[in-house]
Design a protein around this ligand. Structure first.
Ligand code: PMV
Length: 321
């Protein structure tokens, strides 16, 4: 009896991969020290197309996205090579980036996941989310140094995501959960310049720990408590409390040296324009991403206009119930 033969799998000429960017609502930096975080996947992100070739990587920004840093940054190529591994030299990759890079909106995590998804499509395999998350973290560590896993978790799971990393007996345990808010809420995203590198910001925060260990621990715990209270409020639809929690978290992160003058100006401007709360988001630094929580869609439009009038790129994202 002839054995059934597995048909050799014919590789498609081009495969596409995509993943959304993200905004961290609560818990950046504190998450590195085991505190809980909450993030939302964006309606825009990174798209890649992968075809047979010779290892070329081309990255371009989508229309309307500004970033002075992209041309100088070697990161997209490094991330792509790490994601493709042994196949990197036989494939060409075109990347379209729909959110400003190096701002804290998750472009490196989204790029890692988009390429891994394309590679899996090429190899005709489907992996469980936990395996994909591990691989994305390995790739993303090139940009982050020691990624907590927060960015890839949000970009991979999508929607509103709760995240916590706990270390037990030297091993990382990640808790990732997608949650559904009781009511839709509107976030106004703003970007002013870049944060200049997550690795350096994480290092800067670790220096504060060396200088003042007890005060540092108290600040990180406070960020964790704010994250718990703010996330709970947001998910059950208490936007007033969630907004206050955002302002509180922003203040602590500012004290840790993560908010530049321009971002401080934009955050205050957004509050004056009617936001319930506003904060920096992501690694922070002299520039980068910030966002505001609006009481409703009309108010979100007004806050967006105020942010644009002050010179930053801005758009509205809605997290659906
Ligand atoms: O790289 P960013 O700006 O998206 O920031 C990531 C959040 C950090 O907590 C600063 C780092 C991490 O890996 O959790």
């Amino acid at each position: 009896m002839a054995l059934a033969q597995r048909k050799p799998h014919a590789e498609p000429a081009v495969v596409l991969g995509a993943a959304p960017g993200k905004v961290i609502l609560f818990g950046e930096h504190a998450v590195v020290y085991g505190q809980p975080a909450l993030g939302v996947a964006l309606g825009r992100g990174v798209r890649v197309s992968v075809r047979k070739g010779s290892g070329k990587v081309e990255a371009k920004l989508a229309e309307g996205v500004r970033s002075p840093e992209l041309a100088a940054s070697a990161t997209p190529e490094k991330l792509v090579k790490a994601a493709l591994g042994a196949r990197a030299e036989e494939l060409d990759v075109e990347i379209e980036i729909e959110v400003p890079p190096l701002a804290g909106l998750g472009t490196s995590a989204a790029l890692a996941i988009a390429v891994l998804r394309a590679k899996d499509a090429l190899d005709d395999v489907t992996e469980p989310a936990e395996v994909m998350l591990d691989r994305a973290m390995e790739v993303e560590n090139l940009a982050h140094g020691a990624s907590s896993g927060l960015d890839p978790a949000i970009c991979l799971y999508g929607g509103v995501v709760e995240f916590q990393r706990r270390e037990t007996k030297g091993k990382n345990k990640l808790q990732v959960r997608r949650v559904t808010p009781a009511l839709s809420f509107h976030l106004v995203i703003g970007v002013h310049g870049t944060h200049g590198g997550t690795k350096d910001r994480i290092r800067g925060v670790a220096m504060v720990r060396e200088q003042m260990p007890q005060a540092f621990d108290a600040s990180i715990k406070a960020l964790g408590q704010i994250s718990r209270a703010g996330s709970k409020a947001l998910i059950k639809g208490d936007l007033e409390v969630a907004g206050r929690a955002l302002d509180l978290a922003h203040g602590v992160l500012s004290g840790l040296g993560l908010v530049g003058d321009a971002i401080e100006h934009h955050v205050r401007n957004a509050r004056r324009a009617g936001a319930l709360g506003a904060k920096m988001s992501g690694a922070g630094g002299s520039g980068g991403a910030f966002f505001a929580l609006a009481p409703d869609f009309q108010a979100a439009q007004r806050v967006k206009e105020a942010i644009e009038a002050a010179g930053a790129m801005s758009w509205v994202e809605t997290a659906a119930e």
